[in-house]
Ligand binder design. Structure first.
Ligand SMILES: CC(=O)SCCNC(=O)CCNC(=O)[C@H](O)C(C)(C)COP(=O)(O)OP(=O)(O)OC[C@H]1O[C@@H](n2cnc3c(N)ncnc32)[C@H](O)[C@@H]1OP(=O)(O)O
Ligand SMILES: O=CC(=O)O
Ligand SMILES: [Mg+2]
Length: 358
């Protein structure tokens, strides 16, 4: 591990200086597209401004025989499209694949100045981030890139989850983490075959009722409550990210048609502290934009608490509830997020501006 003294030194002569703070840019939906799929690629220019992040995916979901076409397609898009307020990310192939070296040596010189973040799949430990950190510095130096490309790691191996702290702390380039529930389930030998989301078998059941004689009726109909398979990992990811100044994201929700359950899964992640989720299909962008933006009710309440709390210390009663130093901080989290999102989302700005605080 590098010492605190040289943590922020470039790892190659001529590479740009690492950032000291990860910019909190809107990233409610990280929208995946296959740059080698002509239909999807053609939609990218029109999606600019409608989604916070456009990500050209080179890894899983791109067939082995199309890896080069996808990489070339991404270079073309990167060179031709003006991304305006939308961030431009890519997911490269995994570090143990035969494609990743070509991904990096092609993308950084060709479109490195435009790429905000590189998502690295199947990260196992700090050694993977150190590898990326050094090679990116070398490539940036060689290509004369002026701003460092950030790294986003997917949490999708058991070892990656076990090493989550060292992954987050491995480089000043670390931008965030995403939960990768499909690969993680396989790697952990979980018994779900779904790409994210819940599972009807993962539940708790209400206690058995008793009959008039006081005997337990195990066969009686009982309410069951489906639980969230991903709660533990998401909560762990949120803590690690908050501690290290990074941003946590829920990953893919594969049941594209079930927009209702997708919204629930995204909302759980939002409530736990995630800033966004992946969108695999255009229909999921709207869901993420809605769920990861504080609601009008939340902002109305937060503004009332902040106003009532004055200098932010002490305790007051508002609508029959106690508010104090801690709850005003919770409210500020909401208001600051709303302001940040509203700065690039005029519809959201209009919605928040119309709120009247009584
Ligand atoms: C576990 C993981 O690693 S998840 C991350 C990797 N997976 C991905 O990136 C998957 C990305 N998404 C996709 O490949 C596709 O959305 C699929 C395969 C899920 C569904 O594709 P389709 O069956 O074509 O969906 P559908 O018919 O509803 O598409 C409607 C239109 O939206 C387009 N579209 C679909 N997905 C996308 C997308 N992600 N981005 C842009 N356009 C898209 C289609 O090309 C189609 O265009 P058309 O109207 O001009 O014909
Ligand atoms: O890459 C994502 C996953 O769920 O696997
Ligand atoms: Mg994966």
């Amino acid at each position: 591990m590098r010492s605190a003294k040289d943590f922020f030194s470039p790892l190659a002569v001529g590479a740009p200086a690492p950032v000291r703070e990860i910019p909190a840019k809107p990233s409610r939906a990280i929208h995946f597209f296959d740059p080698g799929n002509p239909k999807m690629a053609a939609k990218v220019p029109d999606m600019v401004g409608t989604v916070d992040v456009l990500l050209g995916n080179l890894e899983d979901a791109v067939k082995a025989e199309n890896k080069e076409i996808a990489r070339e397609g991404l270079v073309k898009i990167g060179q031709e499209v003006d991304f305006g307020p939308t961030q431009f990310w890519t997911r490269i192939n995994s570090l143990d694949s035969p494609w990743v070296l070509d991904d990096l040596t092609t993308l950084v010189p060709a479109i490195g100045e435009k790429l905000d973040v590189i998502m690295v799949p199947k990260v196992q430990g700090a050694e993977d981030i150190h590898y990326m950190d050094r090679i990116l510095a070398q490539l940036e130096a060689k290509a004369g890139i002026t701003k460092p490309i950030l790294i986003h790691a997917i949490l999708e191996t058991a070892r990656g989850v076990a090493n989550i702290e060292e992954i987050c702390a491995a480089s000043p380039r670390m931008q965030g983490l995403s939960l990768g529930p499909a690969d993680l389930a396989a790697d952990r030998r979980m018994k779900t075959t779904r790409v994210g989301g819940g599972h009807p078998g993962y539940l708790v059941r209400a206690d058995a009722p008793r009959n008039e004689a006081g005997e337990l009726q195990y066969d009686a109909a009982r309410t069951t409550y489906q639980q969230d398979l991903w709660h533990y990992t998401i909560a762990r990811m949120v803590d690690a990210c908050a501690m290290h100044g990074l941003f946590p994201y829920y990953g893919p929700f594969g049941d594209i048609k079930d927009t209702v359950a997708c919204e629930d899964q995204f909302r759980n992640a939002f409530l736990l502290g995630c800033v966004g989720a992946w969108s695999l299909h255009p229909v999921q962008i709207k869901i993420a934009n809605k769920v990861f933006s504080p609601s009008v009710e939340d902002i109305k309440h937060a503004r009332r608490v902040i106003a009532a709390m004055g200098d932010g210390t002490g305790a007051v009663m508002l609508d029959g509830k106690m508010e104090d130093d801690a709850s005003v901080k919770q409210c500020k989290v909401m208001v600051e997020l709303a302001e940040r999102l509203a700065a690039t989302d005029p519809d959201l700005k209009a919605m928040y501006d119309a709120i009247e605080v009584d």
